[in-house]
Write a protein that binds this ligand. Structure first.
Ligand SMILES: [Zn+2]
Length: 232
């Protein structure tokens, strides 16, 4: 998935406003960021399936970034680091869930290339991205719901918080439409650096949104995190 992961970040901001949208989006995208770093390093590999029309990107060896056991481990490490930094247990649990949600959503959208753990060969994947109509309904529906939740949970501090937010939403939506409609023509090796730049920009945009949009007035911060809301 693509927008499904961003939807997790936007929706989780509604669930726990003390967390930065940037940190939440980073957690939800962690597996993909790690995968493209490992692809660039020659450790993980994707191939392009030539016998299908779409959803052609297949993980060949993506167990370090995209297996359930490893995502639980990465989620625990990220959540543990956040807890040591902020002493905020609920925020740490939500970050953990955001990292692990990536595996669940990719099992829904990928062809079977998702594993439970390194060393276990069985692969999983329901192939949602094989069908554009089904993707528009399921992932598009998640995206719309998450946007509504986020817009209701936050308000713009100034005009930038409106324009920059909606420009970001449009750019992400167009990138997603390009992803689900146009089959990739080259392997993920060539896409690793552009993908990392794209994810880096998207995560930076999410941190920026936390500076130009505030939590809605109805929200009151839990004890211990109210002093650092703007920084996490
Ligand atoms: Zn992924």
């Amino acid at each position: 998935m693509l927008l499904g992961h961003f939807a997790v970040g936007l929706g989780a901001k509604r669930a726990e406003p003390a967390l930065s949208l940037g940190t939440l989006v980073f957690a939800a995208l962690f597996a993909d960021v790690l995968a493209f770093i490992l692809v660039a390093a020659g450790i993980e590999h994707f191939r392009i399936a030539t016998d299908v029309q779409r959803n052609r990107l297949m993980g060949e060896n993506i167990v370090y970034s995209h297996s359930l056991l490893m995502d639980i481990l990465w989620g625990a490490l990220l959540a543990g680091a956040y807890f040591l930094w902020r002493r905020h247990a609920r925020g740490a649990w939500i970050l953990f869930a955001a990292v692990v949600s990536h595996w669940v959503l990719d099992v829904v959208s990928h062809r079977p290339d998702m594993r439970i753990a390194p060393g276990i060969p069985r692969t999983f994947g329901l192939g949602l991205w094989n069908s554009i109509p089904a993707t528009l309904v399921v992932e598009g529906g998640m995206w719309l719901l998450a946007i509504v939740l986020y817009v209701r949970a936050t308000r713009a501090n100034k005009r930038t918080g409106v324009y920059a937010f909606w420009v970001g939403i449009v750019v992400l939506t167009l990138a997603w439409i390009g992803n689900i409609s146009a089959p990739p023509s080259s392997g993920a090796g060539a896409a690793a650096l552009p993908s990392l730049i794209f994810f880096g920009c998207a995560i930076g945009w999410a941190y920026w949104m936390d500076r130009v949009r505030s939590n809605s007035s109805a929200y009151s911060a839990p004890a211990g995190v109210s002093s650092c809301l703007k920084k996490t």
